[in-house]
Design a protein around this ligand. Structure first.
Ligand code: SF4
Length: 134
């Protein structure tokens, strides 16, 4: 598998997850999976990101901050939701302080299902997300 269009820079945003998805996402950049060999890398600012990788069920307390962070990414960005929480709220579905799905609050290009998804699934999803990058 190769990233053909460009080397995507990825910003990771946790919206209130249990950290399970975050651990799997971070595993993608460790030597075991090493997405940098495919040209992708994590960046520390949304202003530099082509892809916003979101985990968690959308916590109402942080919703406005989440939107502010996402709005800082350049035009043409792709938003990818990782895990069941971004799709339905997952384990936190009926919690008083969550407001899933992520797509209710921002234009999500694609979801990567699982609780949590494996790094292989996340990398495959990122490769698909590249097709949506303008
Ligand atoms: S989808 Fe599962 S692993 Fe991921 S944040 Fe939600 S509960 Fe945690």
């Amino acid at each position: 598998m190769t990233f053909v269009k460009k080397s995507p820079w990825i910003f990771h945003l946790n919206t209130g997850s249990c950290n399970g998805c975050d651990i799997e996402a971070v595993a993608c950049v460790t030597p075991g999976f090493d997405i940098e060999r495919l040209g992708a890398k994590l960046v520390g600012s949304p202003r530099h990101a082509d892809i916003i990788l979101v985990t968690g069920p959308v916590n109402k307390h942080s919703l406005e901050r989440i939107k502010t962070v996402v709005e800082q990414a350049p035009k043409g960005k792709v938003i990818v939701g990782i895990g069941a929480c971004t799709i339905s709220g997952g384990l936190f579905k009926d919690s008083y302080n969550t407001d899933p799905p992520l797509g209710k609050h921002m234009p999500v290009t694609m979801y990567i299902p699982g609780c949590p998804p494996k790094p292989e699934a996340i990398i495959a999803g990122l490769a698909k997300a590249l097709e949506a990058l303008k």
